[in-house]
Design a protein around this ligand. Sequence first.
Ligand code: HPA
Ligand code: ZN
Length: 336
Amino acid sequence: MIEFIKKLPKAELHLHIEGSLEPELMFRLAQKNDIEIPYKNVDDVKKAYEFSNLQSFLDIYYAGAKVLITTEDFYDLTWDYILKCVKNNIIHTEIFFDPQTHTSRGISFETIIRGIKEALIDANSKFGITSQIIMCFLRHLSQDDALKTLDEALPFKDDIIGVGLDSSELGNPPSKFEDVFKKAEKEGFKLVAHAGEEADISYIYEALDLLHIHRMDHGVQSIKSDELMQRLKEEQIPLTVCPNSNIELKVFENYKEHNIKKLLDFGLNITVNSDDPAYFKGYLNQNFINLYENLELSKKDIIKLVKNSFNSSFISDELKHEYIKKVEEVVRLYKG
Ligand code: HPA
Ligand code: ZN
């Protein structure tokens, strides 16, 4: 089964590119750019990656991102993730980036997007990997700041498929960003938002009813309302669930407590993703393997999760069919 999981072609829909910054690259860039980081060596970094909740992670995640300065740095960051895609058999990926984390340090929007985009172009020509870019607004900042960021993004509209909402969830509900999402919708961007990771279901309702999201990031708190579960099932809103992340950030006490199998069995449109793999002990395959080993996911469950990711992605129907066929080829190879 583990061999089967590894061989399955996959799509990833919830991946923060800054969260794929491995300690080795962090050190190299810190040295090159003369940026101070609060760690002596890679072991030291790994020891610091013990989180008690979302905020305790975000503090460390934003500190790490400070080593990213030039277009080349963003290229290298993205390229390292692409090499992980190759290892994990990820053939399509939709990448989040947090422009405000960098523009607030004086890095231009163009520097960031060019580095990411050039690596994705090379990923396509070298490995045939397809991709999209989604920019996230930091919800701990103001809506005005988000509106300014949306304006900065408009010259690069062709390179950005959608907008999202991430960072500190508690105390920063989706309603705070209604205007900026309305504007992004008018501009033709796809809409996603982190909702119901730590916060209650009112955040999920707001993301659906006020922001009009096409896809929900995390959403695992939905299980607390039968009515919401029914609605998500009927509307088949995709949920990008990130199991390792939920365990590392103590959303669930341990893997056996994770509710992904219950969500899937209820009939929700569930996908598996790695969120911030450099911080959460593993890339996409490891998330699937952990689920398989702890929650007794069947082969059928795994195939469903993988197909859901392609079907919930922002690619053409034609490409979806092509990718689903690739999944089915591997399923046939591993029959029995
Ligand atoms: N939640 C909110 N913000 C984030 C996350 C997350 O899981 N990862 C990176 N930014
Ligand atoms: Zn996330």
